[in-house]
Write a protein that binds this ligand. Sequence first.
Ligand SMILES: Cc1ncc(COP(=O)(O)O)c(C=O)c1O
Length: 338
Amino acid sequence: MPEQRAVQPLEGVRNSVVDCVGNTPLVSLQRLFPTDDAEVIAKLELMNPGGSMKDRPARYIIEQGMKDGTIPPDAHLVESSSGNLGVAIAMVARVYGLRFTCVVDPKTTQTNVNILRKLGAHVEIVQEPDDQGGYLKTRIRRVKELIHTIPNSVWINQYANDLNWQAHYYGTAKEMVEQLDRPVDYFFAAVSTSGSILGCARRLRERFPHIRVIAVDAVGSVIFGGKPGKRELPGIGSSRVPELLNPAEIDDVIYVHDREAVQGCRDLLNQEGIFAGGSSGSVVAAIQKTLPKLPKPCRILTLFPDRGDRYLDMVYDDDWVAGLDPVPEELEALKVGS
Ligand SMILES: Cc1ncc(COP(=O)(O)O)c(C=O)c1O
């Protein structure tokens, strides 16, 4: 009860770190794309307090659930996540005093496991690969077991939860249309659950009906019917088609190989001083490949989902990069859509 407190809270001081989610800036990438007839603008979602744009769905799903009673005060949250969403849920759960079990796999970085544990999450590491050589199906199977055994468990289910895309419709994209005083022609976004691209596309199309929405997927991801294959970068791509996906809302898909994403990250760091994660490098690479073919003048909007710190042992480590497969020669032919 604020009125019973001897010290009243100051106006402008946030209630908690959860209230610091969102309101991220837009930045013009003029050094990386120094052309007069095109402007590339990035929303720095990496500035969210948990380190990624996944703070938005974590906050939105939990706060909506607390409001409508589907997440009661004694709820025990469960989710399968190898990184950003898990960290974001752990942060929000800590603030609201909720328990959280995060199901991860052996490919989850030790740093992320440590962060999850420091934030108070219980971490379960599945060990058995699924029939595709990945761990997603094993993780989902474990989540289903857990929700039947943990009392008051609530599965966040990011791949199928409509609140995921709504977090971006009412958050990320609402901010973008307020921040932009001129139309944008293209929206590029890296895809995994498809929550962010669809939530943003739905809002951006209301304001800019002619905008073209370009999905950036990883070579080896099956989201848009690609051939399953080896992928090393977390955050982008998936080994299953998300329930949330509606391909009719995506105008084009650009495939980016892990090596191209690494180069994109390094270009971004060298030219703009932006230290970002793998999927930001993927969208940079996708824009670099596509920009010469786009009608001019044009304005491109994109998202940089997370920071580079948690990728020091991957994207920013030359030995790790040396171990990546080469970019396949037929990559250009993998591009689908019009
Ligand atoms: C770093 C990063 N980039 C991009 C994405 C893709 O976002 P979405 O799941 O909304 O498609 C994710 C999702 O986990 C992510 O962690």
